[in-house]
Design a protein around this ligand. Structure first.
Ligand code: SAM
Length: 272
């Protein structure tokens, strides 16, 4: 029996899956680039974040925690001290918003914050220790969001705030979230988006592309992250496309709502 011969023509590499593509960086190097970038700005991340968003980011995370709570309460999917993972948690603000909500409303959630940048997690840990009501953060875990250290169907909720856009494989990430979520579990993705209102879109485009890289550079001491930010938002799929990927990955009740005129968008879905 003769072995089949490889085709003589040069093989074109398969086009990489949709994911973050920092300019001048090969797709396989994107995760390392992203980790180094966040490692560099970690100590000044919070200050830059709150300043550049004029504090509205706090409200966006609160909305995300409220939406998750509402969805879990609606079906009783959250029982027996359910685990919630806030992935790409950075310095922990969304995980802490979830933990505070759990404490105040006696939800008994065990909130895990996961991130692959060690310095971000150190800051998250310091912040949760310093908080007067640290709530129910069960642990800060150094983990890749594309390979979570959680068993299949073991988690009641997965959230991510401004982290999803930075992942190297968006559909792979959705498949991973679907793997760890139990049926009925909730996914919430909070991400920057392009404002839907034309006037706001133009003004925000100017702010985001011209002003923000300069101010972000002054505050954080490094301009590169704030050049990467607008370009990564430009390349990020539109809300309808991300919603379609969520449905294809096994999520039902997929919805997105634009926040603050569409500067940010919150996607939610329920694991089938
Ligand atoms: C813009 S910050 C968001 C931090 C936080 N969630 C917030 O609401 O401000 C993005 C975070 O995603 C993390 N990240 C990016 N890719 C990751 C990956 N593959 N696995 C784990 N964390 C990742 C980065 O280390 C960074 O801390």
């Amino acid at each position: 029996m003769s072995a089949s011969k490889p085709s003589s023509g040069a093989r074109r590499p398969a086009s990489p899956a949709p994911g973050t593509r920092p300019s001048g960086v090969a797709p396989e190097d994107a995760p390392r680039y992203v980790r180094q970038l966040f490692d560099r700005i970690a100590p000044r991340y919070d200050r830059a974040n709150h300043f550049l968003s004029l504090g509205v980011d706090v409200y966006w995370r609160w909305r995300t925690a409220a939406a998750v709570d509402q969805m879990l309460a609606a079906t009783g999917a959250a029982q027996d001290a359910p685990a919630l993972w806030d992935v790409c948690c950075g310095t922990g603000d969304l995980a802490l918003a979830l933990a505070r909500r759990s404490s105040r409303r006696r939800r008994g959630w065990r909130v895990y914050g996961g991130d692959f940048t060690h310095r971000m997690l150190v800051l998250a840990n310091e912040k949760s220790r310093a908080a007067r009501a640290p709530g129910d953060v069960a642990g800060w875990v150094e983990a890749d969001s594309l390979r979570l250290p959680a068993a299949d169907a073991s988690v009641a909720g997965v959230t991510t705030g401004f982290g999803f856009r930075n992942l190297a494989d968006y559909r792979g990430a959705l498949a991973e979230f679907a793997r760890v979520l139990r049926p009925g579990g909730v996914l919430a993705i909070l991400e920057f988006s392009q404002p839907a209102i034309p006037g706001l879109r133009a003004a925000y485009g100017w702010y985001f592309h011209r002003l923000l890289p300069r101010i972000g550079g002054w505050i954080s001491g490094s301009g590169e992250p704030y050049r990467y930010l607008p370009s990564s938002v430009d390349r990020f799929p539109a809300p309808r496309e991300l919603a379609a990927w969520m449905a294809a990955a096994g999520f039902a009740e997929v919805k997105f709502r634009r926040l603050s005129g569409g500067i940010a968008t919150l996607h939610t879905g329920r694991r089938r």
